[in-house]
Design a protein around this ligand. Structure first.
Ligand SMILES: [Zn+2]
Length: 457
């Protein structure tokens, strides 16, 4: 089990989301921050240990003692929030290839292979990818889930059951929201019943990709009916295409307003928004703002997948990132797929994703870098509807410290060293570049590593 320290006392912490001109002293007790105070200069570290001196006993020592740590100017952030992952698909590349590299082939190949995956295999992939993200400082994740009803109810429910079990096993370490992607195209009454059954099992919201449907408006209507019936948020893959005629976001915004669902609907990808004329894009963005849609850009995966038909000047695939931000839309940037047929790279590291976002949207000034940081912290926290987020008195001690002294170093150095703390104690320390040694996670990780043959990790 993790250790619950009665008191955590940190000095000389840089909090770039608050104020880059001073260092901070932080205290927490019983899993919650109690005070965050700007320092007058640097404090003496006498009587404090350094982060580097944290060892195995960090996870094992008995609770109740005070832990005093001098951060020596390192950056402390609230736990990073990944608003859009596919934990069930991550690391499936060895089983599911993609020769053309296109989104279409990825969808087809995964669909063809999904009946062969066991529940245990899917669960291991979820745990492995969630723990990888955790080791880079992500403590909350929203994952979309494959829900392949056309392959039969039993196949579709393997992923749901695997995800429900994994969510429970990881609770308090990395907290996960589950959004099954419900396919409405040609849905039968029986399949709709199955979708409702999945929802009643305790997922967190309704997902889908209605732009892929031949009848996108009917799909969107069905998704809203389901969400309203169970009072759940909606999160949709939206207009993931280079084609300006693939345009569902405005209809989603209209239905959000019509149903009074402002603030509870998220749209992801939005690649085709970039292909619209400026006038149409301006109208769509204004409507998105009116509907208070949350939005998620997935630049790593879309740089990889989109623009494949282009020669010469190749489109980037990213959405209108700066324009959405300027319109006041809560835009997160997130991982999407990791080492699967949709995207062969990635490791669940949001600092890496933020850097790719910077390249795809010309974000580089000091102000832009601050925005990038908010796109992996405060914006996705808002998208996930988190009400207990942030480094504030009374909030949970859910944070990551990176081996960097400034906001700029987070991006230039991409430090691998991360120390991650959840409410009840440390869950990852930098010296152990994997999760080995964390008593809280050993069993979970060993199970994944042993069974997948990742003995070298
Ligand atoms: Zn996705």
């Amino acid at each position: 089990m993790t250790t619950q320290h009665t008191v955590l006392h940190l000095i000389n912490a840089a909090l770039p989301l608050k104020d880059t001109s001073v260092l901070f002293e932080l205290k927490g007790s019983m899993g919650e921050w109690t005070s965050i105070v700007p320092q007058q200069g640097r404090l003496s570290g006498e009587g404090f240990q350094t982060l580097e001196s944290l060892g195995q006993d960090t996870f094992r020592s008995s609770g109740g003692r005070e832990q005093r740590i001098d951060l020596e100017g390192k950056v402390l952030l609230p736990g990073l929030v990944d608003a859009h992952m596919h934990l069930d698909k991550a690391f499936s590349l060895p089983q599911v290839g993609n020769v053309s590299g296109t989104l279409l082939e990825a969808i087809q190949n995964y669909k063809a292979k999904s009946p062969s995956f066991t529940q245990e295999e899917i669960k291991r992939r979820i745990i492995k990818s969630a723990l990888s993200a955790l080791s880079y400082g992500t403590t909350r994740i929203r994952t979309h889930l494959d829900f392949n009803l056309k392959a039969g109810k039993e196949v579709a429910f393997r992923t749901i059951h695997a995800a429900l079990e994994a969510r429970e096993m990881l609770r308090g370490k990395v907290d996960i929201q589950l959004f099954p992607m419900i396919p409405f195209t040609g849905i039968t009454e029986l399949e709709l019943d199955a979708a409702e059954e999945a929802i009643r099992l305790g997922v967190d919201g309704v997902g889908g990709a209605p732009h892929l449907s031949e009848t996108p408006r009917e799909d969107i209507d069905g998704i809203f009916r389901l969400a309203l019936k169970y009072d759940l948020p909606v999160d949709l893959h939206t207009d993931e295409s280079d084609d300006p005629e693939v345009h569902t976001v405005s209809y989603i915004a209209e239905q959000t307003i019509r149903h009074g669902y402002q603030g509870r609907v998220t749209v992801d990808h939005l690649c085709a928004l970039s292909a619209l004329s400026q006038e149409r894009a301006d109208r769509a963005i204004a409507l998105m703002a009116e509907a208070n849609l949350g939005a998620v850009t997935l630049p790593a995966v879309n740089l990889y997948l989109q623009g494949r038909g282009d020669r010469g000047l190749v489109r980037r695939g990213a959405t209108r990132i700066r324009e959405l931000l300027d319109a006041g839309i809560r835009l997160a940037t997130a991982s999407d797929n990791i080492q699967d047929p949709f995207h062969p790279f990635g490791r669940g590291d949001l600092l890496q994703i933020a850097l790719i976002t910077a390249y795809s949207a010309h974000l580089g000034s000091a102000a832009d870098q601050h925005t990038l940081l908010r796109m992996i912290t405060e914006h996705p926290a808002s998208v996930l509807g988190l009400t207990d987020y942030g480094v504030e008195a009374g909030r949970p001690m859910d944070f990551v410290i990176a081996d960097a002294l400034t906001l700029e170093q987070l991006f230039t150095e991409q430090p691998v060293g991360r120390w991650v703390h959840k409410k009840d104690g440390w869950v990852h320390i930098a010296q152990q570049n994997s999760l080995w040694g964390s008593a809280a996670l050993d069993d979970l990780w060993e199970g994944v590593v042993r069974l997948d043959g990742f003995a070298s990790v």
